[in-house]
Write a protein of this length. Structure first.
Length: 94
């Protein structure tokens, strides 16, 4: 697939890029290289492949939500900018 100068300028406009006239030819070559590589990758033979990299069957893996008692509340509340009734006091968020 060949990219025309007009297509490149349209893409640059959509991406809000201000290309200088001397940069257009360089961008055309770079975009063409990227598209050629994508074409090569899309044609790679993947039939009968059993191995994959980075894919696994794990999804929505969550840890169990458990309440843990912190033994030293005084030490914990030392980090609070303000405390009230043995809790952190924070500004209201509306």
């Amino acid at each position: 697939m060949q990219v025309s100068r007009e297509e490149l300028l349209h893409i640059a406009n959509l991406a809000d890029l201000n290309l200088k006239e001397e940069e257009v030819e360089n961008y055309l070559l770079n975009l063409q290289d990227i598209l050629n590589f994508a074409n090569i990758v899309s044609k790679a033979p993947v039939e009968n492949l059993t191995e994959t990299i980075g894919a696994n069957d794990n999804y929505n893996v969550f840890r169990k939500d458990e309440v843990e008692v912190f033994e030293d509340n005084e030490l914990l509340l030392n980090n609070a900018p303000e405390e009230e009734r043995n809790m952190f006091k924070i500004p209201k968020v509306l």
